[in-house]
Design a protein around this ligand. Sequence first.
Ligand SMILES: Cc1cc2nc3c(=O)[nH]c(=O)nc-3n(C[C@H](O)[C@H](O)[C@H](O)COP(=O)(O)OP(=O)(O)OC[C@H]3O[C@@H](n4cnc5c(N)ncnc54)[C@H](O)[C@@H]3O)c2cc1C
Length: 391
Amino acid sequence: MKKNYFDFIICGGGASGLLLLKALREDSFFINQSILLIEKEKKNKNDRTWSYWENLDGPFDSMVTKKWSEAQFCSKDFNFNFDLDPFQYKMLRSAVIYQNILDKYITAKNTTFLQAEVKDIVSNENLTEIITSEGKFQSKKVFNSLFDPKPMMNQKKYPVLKQHFVGWFIKTKNTSFDPHKVLFMDFDIPQLQETRFLYLLPIDENNALVEYTLFSENLLHFDDYETGIIDYLNSKGITEFEIKEKEQGNIPMTCFPFEKFNTKSLLYIGTAGGWTKATTGFTFMNTRRNIEHLIQFLKRGGNLDNFRVRNRFRFYDLLFLDVLKQYNNHGSELFTSMFKNNPPARIFRFLDEKTNYIEDFKILTSFSFTQITWFLRALFNRIFKIFVPLN
Ligand SMILES: Cc1cc2nc3c(=O)[nH]c(=O)nc-3n(C[C@H](O)[C@H](O)[C@H](O)COP(=O)(O)OP(=O)(O)OC[C@H]3O[C@@H](n4cnc5c(N)ncnc54)[C@H](O)[C@@H]3O)c2cc1C
């Protein structure tokens, strides 16, 4: 074996790259396979906070900062408090995951970590070559999590929205939060012709992560997100607080088929592979699930371009994005219809792509008559590719 050849090469040591490394190294089937992980950063800082829901116990529970069993959804005329049962909502700091996985597996047998910048990836079907600042490496199985938005932005067939936000970890002077309840979405803020909401994860009565979030096409100026947070806090009587940390995100919401760039020896993973849930921006759980499938797929053998993650939910997401893009000023009402007319557990299972056809139908018919006509027009446009005006 040449020194620059590895059985598996993982480009990018973020969520998907590290979770894949962990899954491969924990499975004795791959014990003799060499793995190279290439990452440009040291990954020793907290650069994001992942939240997700799952059934009560999960494999990262020992690392989570906080779990909640209750949640709240708000919009202009609707304030809904609910039990998350059978789920819990969990908050995981990225630094904890980075450190835990790197500490445990970086020195594992047959594992190489290279801190380098990937400059280019050249895939000749059966073999893929990675050109980095520290040399060239080859493998018949390359997993790439480096996200390139250009192909997605340079097309018109698939709508592209963004989940964009600024979040502050704050500590308030007075007790301000109910630590048992996560504020999943609060649309009761000025929408300004877009889909805007507040998301608040209370760690205790004085500490919380609060995020001013949009599902829309265009980013705001940084100050606008921050003003949104301040206005919201003030509206709740929270005027004295200290900002402990800030984070910012811009997550693509699209059904663009990233998998078309896969080859026999190259698989795009994580956001780069389209593993972000198009209608919510949630990626962390999808990534965990897809990696479980990928491990089984690798054991069966076969070319990487045969690995599939598409299902009927991609089409629902596509229609929802068509509508949300066209009626971005009505996003709050769309989400309100869903939460008003469905048990929350059904919504979360639908977002997890685990509902059956009957439940899908119940979700789809929980929208108002006018909203359903928007979806039907989007459907006709997609299926018949005929021009039906969407307004
Ligand atoms: C602030 C923030 C909060 C989020 N919160 C949530 C959440 O609550 N729940 C949820 O489900 N999702 C969330 N997401 C979305 C998603 O889970 C994350 O973006 C997730 O990290 C995506 O994983 P990934 O592996 O695709 O990409 P990343 O984690 O971004 O990993 C890509 C890696 O590639 C490295 N890299 C990039 N270019 C190069 C190069 N040229 N050479 C070498 N290395 C390179 C980067 O340094 C990075 O480590 C959040 C995203 C952000 C930004």
